[in-house]
Design a protein around this ligand. Structure first.
Ligand SMILES: [Zn+2]
Length: 89
């Protein structure tokens, strides 16, 4: 499945909103080796849209660990949604 291109304005908006801080682990982009990426909170394969409310800035490690997943099983076997920087605190 191909990913929708995230336009320059949307990308700039997401980076400015996050103040260049990974919205998952809170590391500043300047403190990362590989930088940060604007990515879909809910991946396109799960129906996520390429809109500001579904984009987040993520460092490489958070982005790779999350992948296109939206949830995982807890140690108790419960389905647990991943942190959503747009709706969770
Ligand atoms: Zn991170």
């Amino acid at each position: 499945m191909s990913k929708t291109y995230i336009g320059v304005e949307l990308r700039r908006h997401a980076i400015a909103r996050a103040e260049r801080i990974c919205e998952y682990c809170l590391i500043h982009e300047d403190d990362t080796f590989f930088g940060c990426h604007v990515d879909h909170v809910i991946s396109e394969k799960h129906g996520g849209l390429t809109v500001a409310d579904n984009l987040a800035l993520a460092c490489t490690f958070c982005n790779l660990h999350k992948g296109s997943d939206i949830a995982s099983l807890s140690s108790q076997g419960l389905l647990t949604h991943f942190f959503n920087p747009r709706t969770d605190e």
